[in-house]
Structures are given as structure tokens and as C-alpha cells.
Design a protein around this ligand. Structure first.
Ligand code: ZN
Length: 322
């Protein structure tokens, strides 16, 4: 059923499983009806979303795509006024989930669904359905953790005739505990490709290289394969002098990314768009002043800062008395 799932040890008694298995055959959702009859607008939206252009789903004589079966039974996000707790779930299904939650199997993941089609659905068909807890598996261990697969089966009727079944399987599980890592967080690695490799080669030599079009001499940054001014493909580089000013900046408060905060604590920290004297702009950290002292027009000077053993980055130090 699920590759990677292993049966619990056959000799280990599992009293919880006995309790869970007693739910098999009990209703998961009480006799219910679809919110809308089968209808052409929903079919059209589905086909557009799926990119399905089959003529069978359009015009007079159209049928609904069979894979829409579940869509006709969906209750929407708003609480259901017809059910006691607003979920549309039966007391039995709620009881099963509470039993699992109470035993520590608090996580849930949908694993698979299976459908069987008994008759085509056409615009105007009125949908009703019943849902039953079909089975609960013995305890299994998966990569996610240990838990129980719960399969529900929905029997869908159109105008009272059997139209299809929809089986839906979840795993209720206790997540595998992973040791929490206390290592200092690292900055994301730059993605180095053929178009920007020359820039990173420059950083390795503590040189900030700006691309220059050899046809029209326009400078460009960040690095690109071609010139935006003349579409020229040939380029060379000029080395930035390192002088610049803060053109714009943001202060990052939330979410916390400790790797980006010069203090290593997660913020707040300033991210600046620095205009180099050569005229191009580059995003980077401003160092040497608190985040709330970074301002537009602040003079800064390039330096290279080692972030970790494998990464050095250009940063901008606020000049004395800036
Ligand atoms: Zn050019």
C-alpha cells in the first residue's frame, strides 16, 4: 500500500489499534448533499485550471470530467451550519481523530485517493453522498513517523443513482523527533552560473567587478548575458572603486533570519541598495552603524566580509562621521 511503511512488530500488542479498528464501518460524514448541482461554469473553470480542452466537457450534451467527482461534494471553507461543530464530520470520525490526537498521533498528511466512476455526471445532476470510515491500518512506521492510515470511502450519487466512489487515505502520525540543531545559521549560497561566474570570481579576489558593454560602453549590474541598451553580447569589466552612497534601504524586522543580521541575533537589520560612484546599484548589508542609523545618502565604502568558511560577500561600511 505504501512503500516504505513497515508493519509494527507482530509480537507487540497494540491496544490502541483495537480501539481504532472498531471505528471501521461507522459513518464519516452524515447523509449530505452537494452545495450546487453539477453545472457548466464549475466544469469550465476546472477545465481551464487543468488545461483540459476536451470537447466532451463543452456545449450541449457535455459531461463533467470524471476526476471532478470530489469537487461536487466539497463543503467550502466556511463553517457548515448543518453540522454541530461546523466541520461536516460525523461524531464517529471526530471520535477517531480525538483518540489518535490523545495518543500523540497529532500530525496528519493526506497520502492518496482512489476514485471509481459508475456513471457520467451531467449539468443539472443533484449530488448526494455518504461517507464511511472504511478501514484503519495497524500501526506503521514511515519516514514521517509512526502512525495509522485511515481510509474513508465516499459513495456519491447523482439524482439518487450511484455515480462513483472516492476513497481518501490519511496518515495520522507522531512526527519523528529530530535533534534540534544549534549550529549558527548560514547565509544561503549564491547561485553561480555562466552569466555571473565572473562576478563571483572577482569577489574571490576582493574585487567588485561591473560589466561593461564593449559595443556601447554601458555599465550593467547585476550581471546579465546581454546589454539592455544596445543588445550587444560582448562585454568586459571595470573594477568598482568601492565608493558609494545609500540610495535606498529597508529595515528587516520579521521574520527573523539570524544569518543576515551582522549581530547574528536575527535582527532588526538594514539591507541597503547602494549606488556606486560608477552609477550602478547593488544590494548589500551596511556595517559599522546600527540599523536605525542607515539613511538615504549615507556615504559607504566597499569591503569584503567573510560570512563563514565558504562564503565571502561584499558589504558596505558607513564612512567615518557619515
Ligand atoms: Zn551596449
Amino acid at each position: 500500500m505504501n512503500p516504505g511503511a513497515q508493519d509494527a512488530r507482530a509480537d507487540a500488542p497494540d491496544p490502541l489499534y483495537e480501539q481504532l479498528a472498531a471505528y471501521a464501518g461507522r459513518p464519516a460524514a452524515t447523509a449530505a448533499s452537494g452545495k450546487d448541482p453539477v453545472n457548466a461554469p464549475m466544469i469550465r473553470h476546472w477545465c481551464e485550471a487543468m488545461g483540459d480542452t476536451s470537447p466532451a466537457y463543452r456545449g450541449p450534451g457535455a459531461v463533467a470530467p470524471p476526476t471532478m467527482l470530489q469537487a461536487w461534494t466539497m463543503r467550502g471553507l466556511a463553517p457548515d451550519p448543518e453540522s454541530d461543530d461546523g466541520t461536516g464530520r460525523s461524531p464517529a470520525y471526530d471520535g477517531l481523530l480525538r483518540l489518535l490526537d490523545g495518543a500523540g498521533y497529532t500530525s496528519v498528511v493526506a497520502t492518496d485517493c482512489e476514485q471509481e466512476y459508475l456513471r457520467p455526471l451531467r449539468p443539472g445532476d443533484l449530488i448526494t453522498y455518504d461517507s464511511v470510515i472504511e478501514s484503519v491500518s495497524p500501526r506503521k512506521t514511515t519516514k514521517l513517523g509512526t502512525g495509522y492510515f485511515v481510509t474513508t470511502r465516499m459513495d456519491v450519487r447523482a439524482n439518487g443513482e450511484p455515480a462513483g466512489t472516492h476513497r481518501f487515505r490519511i496518515l495520522k502520525y507522531r512526527p519523528v523527533e529530530r535533534p534540534t540543531q544549534r549550529k549558527a545559521p548560514l547565509r544561503p549560497r549564491p547561485v553561480i552560473n555562466r552569466d555571473n561566474a565572473g562576478f563571483w570570481a572577482g569577489v574571490a579576489e576582493h574585487r567588485l567587478l561591473i560589466q561593461r558593454c564593449t559595443r556601447c560602453a554601458t555599465l550593467r549590474f547585476p550581471w546579465l548575458p546581454g546589454c539592455n541598451a544596445c543588445a550587444g553580447q560582448e562585454w568586459d569589466t571595470v573594477e568598482a572603486s568601492g565608493e558609494g552612497t545609500v540610495f535606498s534601504h529597508v529595515v528587516m524586522h520579521h521574520p527573523s533570519f539570524p544569518a543576515f543580521d551582522p549581530s547574528g541575533e536575527g535582527g532588526p537589520y538594514a539591507v541597503a541598495l547602494v549606488e556606486l560612484v560608477e552609477g550602478v546599484r547593488i544590494v548589500g548589508n551596511v556595517v559599522g552603524v546600527p540599523y536605525d542609523k542607515v539613511r538615504v545618502g549615507l556615504p559607504v565604502r566597499l569591503e569584503f566580509q567573510r560570512m563563514d568558511p565558504d562564503l565571502e560577500l561584499p558589504v558596505f561600511r558607513a564612512s567615518e562621521g557619515g
